[in-house]
Design a protein around this ligand. Structure first.
Ligand code: ZN
Length: 130
């Protein structure tokens, strides 16, 4: 069973391309693109044009719904932690670290800690949890 889905672009069907023409002879129409997967907007849009059309129409409502940024966010020493790795001089071995983008402090972690996204060493806000 193929799992086809429609492009979410509200004006997709108005873009007159050959591949959008569907229907029986004498009753052909331009139709919203339907594919098993799309490349844009987390797989929801057939093109950047359709993604932009969606945002032009719904973007403000989406931002208001999910939370509009109304003041500056701050990257500080408390939320500037990221995972990283360094190569040795011969590019044979990686050394895994967590690094603070503000203070430049660096602490070693294991490869398992680096690979594991669920261990909460660093939360999704960039804060240290160990
Ligand atoms: Zn589209």
């Amino acid at each position: 069973m193929s799992d086809l889905k429609y492009c979410q672009g509200p004006e997709c069907h108005t873009h007159q391309t050959q591949d959008r023409i569907k229907g029986p002879k004498g009753n052909k129409t331009y139709q919203t693109r339907r594919r098993s997967s799309f490349y844009y907007g987390n797989g929801n849009f057939c093109s950047l044009w359709c993604q932009n059309q969606w945002f032009n129409k719904f973007g403000n409502r989406a931002i208001d719904h999910f939370g509009r940024t109304t003041e500056a966010k701050h990257l500080t020493e408390h939320n500037a932690w990221t995972k990283d790795y360094d190569w040795d001089s011969s590019y044979q071995t990686r050394t895994y670290v967590i690094r603070n983008g503000i203070t430049k402090e660096q602490r070693p972690i294991t490869e398992q800690q680096y690979d594991n996204d669920n261990d909460n060493i660093i939360d999704d806000q960039g804060r240290l949890n160990i």
